[in-house]
Design a protein around this ligand. Sequence first.
Ligand SMILES: Cc1ncc(COP(=O)(O)O)c(C=O)c1O
Length: 366
Amino acid sequence: MNIDFANLQLQYQKYKNDIDANIHAVLNTSNYIMGEEVHNLERELEEFTGAKHAITCSSGTDALLLAMMAMDIQPGDEIITTPFTFIATAETIVLMKAKPVFVDIEPDTFNIDANLIEAAITSKTKAIIPVSLFGQPADMDAIQAIADKHNLKIIIDGAQSFGSTYNGKTDSSLGDISTTSFFPAKPLGCYGDGGAVFTNNDEYAEKIKMMRVHGQSKRYHHKYIGIGGRLDTIQAAILLAKLPYYTHELADRQQVAERYADALPDNLQIPVIKLNRSSTWAQYTVRVNNRGTLQAKLKDNGIPTAVYYPIPLHLQECFQYLNYKQGDFPIAEKSSNCVLSLPINAYFSENDISLIVKTVNAQIVL
Ligand SMILES: Cc1ncc(COP(=O)(O)O)c(C=O)c1O
C-alpha cells in the first residue's frame, strides 16, 4: 500500500460534483478573466478571514510582490525576514530591488525569533515579513510591538497558513498586509496557481486591485507600473466549491496531527504549537537525527516524506552577494539538517494513519 502525500485525487473525487458544476458554470459564461466567481470568492474570503479586504491574485509569490508594491518599497530598502522559508519570501524582496535581512528562527516553532529582530533594524529597514511556517503564525504580538516602536510595516507570508489563528484571529487579518497561496498542495488549494492578499487598509486594497491589473485605474489608464496578476475565474470557481468544506478539513488535519503527537516515538521531536495559536498543518514537520536513513526506509515502505527546507536561504547561491556565511543563523541551519515532513492531509483513513505511525515507530527502533 502506498500513501499519497497530499491526496489531491481523493480530494477531487470527494468534491467532484460541486467542482464540476462550478467549472461548467464558468465555461457556460466564458467569463474566464475576472468573472463573477472572482468577486464572489473575495467576499467569501473576507467573511472567512475577518480581513476587511481580500484581493485574489495569480499566486502566493505575486501576492508578496503586490503587497510590497502597495507599500511602495524602494530600491535599497531593507526588509527583515526568516532564512528558514520557501525562496519566494526573499526572492520577491529582491525583485523589488530591496535587500532581504535575515534573522534566525525560534528553536521550537521554526518561525522568526522576535527577540532577534531589533538588532537587525537599521535606518533603511522598512518592513518585517514573518512567515507562518508549516501553518502556524509567528509571535505576532511581539513582532507588532517592534514594528510599532520602529515605525515598520508588517507583511505576513501566510502562504501555508490560510485559516490559522493567533489569539483567535486569522493570520490573514493581522499585520498591515497578509498573503496566502492557493497552490494545489496548500491547505486550501485550487487546481493551478493562485493566491490572495488581505488587508484592513483601504488605500492598500485600492492599490493592490490596480497593481494586479497592470496598475490600471480604469481600462487603458495606468496609474502605476503593475503586473498581470489576476486569479483565473475557473480557479476562483474551484475555490468557491471547496471553501464551504474548509473548516471541516482543518479539523480533520488537526486530528491527524493529534494522532501523530500521541503515537509517534519519543525520539522524534514533534512540532510545537503555541497555546494562543492554531496551525493549518500545511506540513507535519518532525526533527530527527539520521534523517536520510529514516526517509529511505519510509520510502521503501510506501510512505513519502519531504524536507522543507534542506538549505536555509542565507546559504543559497542566489544570495551569495549578501555575504552571509555558515554559522550566521545556527537554528535555521540545524533545522535544515534534521527536519522531515510526514504526510498530512484531510483525507487519510484510519488505516493510513495507523500504517504511517506503525512504520515510523518500527524504523525508529531499528
Ligand atoms: C512560505 C511560502 N511563501 C510563498 C510561497 C509562494 O506561493 P506560490 O507557490 O503560490 O507562488 C510559498 C509556496 O510554496 C510558500 O511556502
